[in-house]
Write a protein that binds this ligand. Structure first.
Ligand code: GLC
Length: 536
């Protein structure tokens, strides 16, 4: 089987001209009224995704999991989680998507498994178990304490003592998520086989979970203390993650996977979850053609939505990426507050500007389900929390449920996500105006803006491949050119803003009344208005 072809630009690898869309399967569409979204639900909505112009979907984990971390604790890398469907449903999904020119990418979690994975069950059974060395085990210090100072990114020590053998095992997340030992060649071989298993079923690529931390320091050295220059997380944990992540050897694994991905007729794409600074991010592209195809840009995702900061992050990214490397842009995901809440603070004008930005930068945009209708976070009550982080840290931190609530397909009970009398696994937010059906019949909606921008991208080679060049703009505005003739302007201020020295016509403005408008010598945008134009 080959991964189905979509509408890519001539001479371009498909993932460069694609618009990707992240599906969080449990919250996308529930086909069997059990309150949990499923793969059949995705199949049922493929026509909608095709209509929207999506080239590829990335599904958050669909593999077998006891759900300590909702799929990110895998108990079988080759099986489909029964809640979500069967392998037969999955195969129908790949086939149905392929018929519509949509590729299917999966999430792979190589850093850790579930504690219930048979490998870990074996590994923890004795120090001589065949899979003992597949995980990271270490003796306590002489005083019985943890082997080193590493902390879990979910808080607390990264080590748990296992009574059976008296050694600690490493976990960079929950204690139910033991870290694999990537120094072990058998682990590497096993993951090669897992990648092939899915690639051979027609999977077009993987989003690689916490791909920057899979290899740890072989000597398990202590992390150094954080300094004031370090990022928020380092400050929070009091240490700089030098030895439990971003090790040079992770690049060997990525090079190996790239070769594997490129060994297929239609090369498979590797997208890394890489929560690192821009300079470090660049390294995950290797020489630009031998590691990740795309790496998620967290400095961009977490930047405040102001013209100077966003412009700087994009310019830095453009400057640091090696030749041939291709950026990826995203504003939301299942871990981060949605951009309509975080960047736009509920202001539709800002959300529309953010959407236009994402779809007009040089690189591959990855929308998160709901971005296209301007869905906002929906804070759930303590009683409804499902995310282990929310449960653990409430009320100081409510966790990630607010960005994982079901997608509203139409107004009314169940929201078209599930039936009216079914209680969804996470509560459904308000369905009033923010739902797919209502927005599909409103030419001025966020959804129609998304669809029209995606269509424009497909028709406009500059938007797909043209280089990014910053254009000098008044304070509070950010403007860039794509190629020679396409101009993108965002007025990210509360006042009117005029870009001078430019003549042309607007293709699409966030105020749709202005689509097609000509300008001669200057382009004026109202507060938080954005436009993409053709210039002469
Ligand atoms: C990634 C996932 C997140 C998960 C964590 C542990 O950051 O995006 O949802 O909790 O890895 O697997």
């Amino acid at each position: 089987m080959t991964a189905a072809a979509g509408g890519s630009a001539p001479g371009q690898p498909w993932w460069k001209s694609a618009v990707l869309y992240q599906i969080y399967p449990r919250s996308f569409a529930d086909s069997n009224a059990d309150g949990v979204g499923d793969l059949q639900g995705v199949i049922d909505r493929l026509d909608h995704l095709e209509w929207l112009g999506i080239d590829g979907i990335w599904l958050s984990p669909i593999t077998v999991s006891p759900n300590a971390d909702w799929g990110y604790d895998v108990a079988d890398y080759r099986g489909v989680q029964p809640d979500l469907g069967t392998m037969e449903t999955f195969d129908r999904l790949v086939a149905g998507a392929g018929q519509r020119g949509i590729r299917v990418l999966l999430d792979i979690v190589p850093n850790h498994t579930s504690e219930q994975h048979p490998w870990f069950v074996d590994s923890r059974s004795s120090v001589t178990a065949p899979k003992r060395d597949w995980y990271v085990w270490s003796d306590p210090k002489a005083d019985g304490s943890v082997p080193n100072n590493w902390v879990s990114s979910f808080g607390g020590p990264a080590w748990t003592l296992d009574g059976t053998t008296g050694q600690f095992y490493l976990h960079n997340h929950l204690s139910e998520q033991p870290d694999l030992n990537w120094w072990n060649e058998e682990v590497r071989n096993e993951f090669d086989a897992i990648l092939r298993f899915w690639f051979d079923r027609g999977v077009a690529g993987f989003r690689i979970d916490v791909c920057n931390i899979i290899v740890k320091d072989a000597r398990l050295r202590d992390n150094p203390p954080a300094t004031p220059d370090d990022d928020f997380e380092a400050q929070l944990f009091g240490q700089r993650p030098v030895y439990n992540g971003n090790r040079p050897e992770v690049h060997d694994v990525l090079r190996r996977w790239r070769l594997l991905a490129e060994s297929y007729d239609t090369p498979r794409a590797l997208i890394g979850e890489t929560p690192v600074k821009v300079e470090e991010l660049a390294k995950y592209y290797g020489d630009g053609s031998d590691e990740l195809h795309l790496a998620f840009n967290f400095p961009f995702l977490t930047a405040p939505f102001d013209a100077t900061t966003m412009r700087r992050v994009v310019e830095d990214t453009e400057a640091h990426l090696p030749p041939g490397a291709w950026p990826a842009w995203t504003g939301s995901n299942h871990d981060m507050s949605r951009f309509s809440s975080r960047w736009a603070e509920g202001d539709p004008a800002k959300a529309r500007a953010a959407l236009l930005m994402l779809l007009c930068l040089r690189g591959t945009p990855v929308l998160y389900q709901g971005d296209e209708i301007g869905l906002e976070d929906f804070p759930v009550s303590q009683a409804d929390l499902r995310d282990p982080l929310g449960v653990r840290y409430w009320p100081a931190y409510a966790g990630r449920d607010a960005m994982r609530t079901p997608l509203p397909w139409r107004h009314g009970p169940g929201g078209g996500f599930t039936t009216a009398d079914t209680r969804p696994w996470l509560p459904l937010g308000p369905t009033g105006r923010c739902n797919v059906e209502t927005q599909r019949s409103d030419p001025w909606s966020m959804l129609m803006l998304a669809r029209d921008l995606i269509a424009l991208r497909r028709q406009t080679p500059e938007l797909q491949t043209g280089r990014y060049v910053t254009v000098t703009a008044p304070e509070g505005a950010w403007a860039w050119r794509r190629g020679e003739r396409v101009l993108v302007v965002l007025n990210m201020s509360d006042d009117e803003s005029t870009l001078t020295g430019t003549t042309g016509h607007i293709h699409i403005a966030t105020d749709r009344e202005r689509d097609g408008e000509s300008f001669d010598g200057a382009l004026t945008l109202r507060a938080w208005e954005a436009a993409i134009a053709e210039i002469r």
